[in-house]
Design a protein around this ligand. Structure first.
Ligand code: FMN
Length: 174
């Protein structure tokens, strides 16, 4: 199996991160891979917000926790020091697909560098709310964006678990 196929098969979601910040060159390479995802009509509808400050990371986590309905103190980002938030321009009919492909690239690029990752949901609700709208405003991001997902990144605190077996009826050759 070549290295790319190995990475695609070995990536697993991480739910326990070390607090250590990942290396700048790793972060840059992961983000760059995200920006090269295929996208509808070549319009590059997504944007990526790279959250590395602990203060902002904690406030995104808190907002996500509230949306998810978890008890106070729960961190839906499992301690990850970096959150890459992917949003996409609603004016493109392909925006959800575009943003999802960015998420895939981010997670697979992370795996290729030995950086652990997980897709954390509820970005849509986050950016439908004043919290998200204010963040976009603060960053000078104008336009009508939908939150697609958060790619939490960091070094794994525990070895990855085995992938679940693939279901029998996943593929139909016709
Ligand atoms: C759209 C999407 C949303 C997800 N949201 C969450 C989430 O909010 N919290 C979480 O712990 N895992 C989340 N995950 C991770 C999945 O649970 C995980 O990908 C799945 O169990 C398969 O495991 P694997 O990624 O290790 O192959 C999400 C994955 C996707 C694709």
């Amino acid at each position: 199996m070549n290295e790319t196929l190995k990475v695609l098969e070995s990536r697993r979601s991480c739910r326990s991160f070390k607090p250590d910040m990942i290396k700048k060159e790793e972060l840059d390479a992961i983000i760059k891979a995200g920006t090269y995802a295929a996208n509808g009509m070549g319009q590059q509808s997504p944007v990526i917000i790279a959250v590395t400050s602990k203060e902002l990371r904690d406030s995104v986590s808190e907002e996500n926790r509230k949306i998810g309905g978890w008890d106070e103190g729960f961190d839906p980002f499992y301690g990850a020091p970096v959150i890459l938030i992917v949003l996409a321009d609603k004016s493109m009919p392909t925006h959800v697909y575009d943003g999802s492909l960015v998420m895939g690239n981010l997670m697979n690029a992370a795996e290729s560098l030995g950086v652990a990752s997980i897709w954390i949901h509820r970005a849509k609700e986050e950016f439908d709310s004043d919290f998200g709208k204010n963040l976009l405003k603060k960053l000078g991001i104008t336009g009508d964006y939908e939150g697609i997902g958060h790619c939490a990144l960091g070094y794994a605190a525990q070895p990855p678990r085995e992938a679940a077996p693939r279901k029998e009826d996943y593929v139909y050759f016709a």
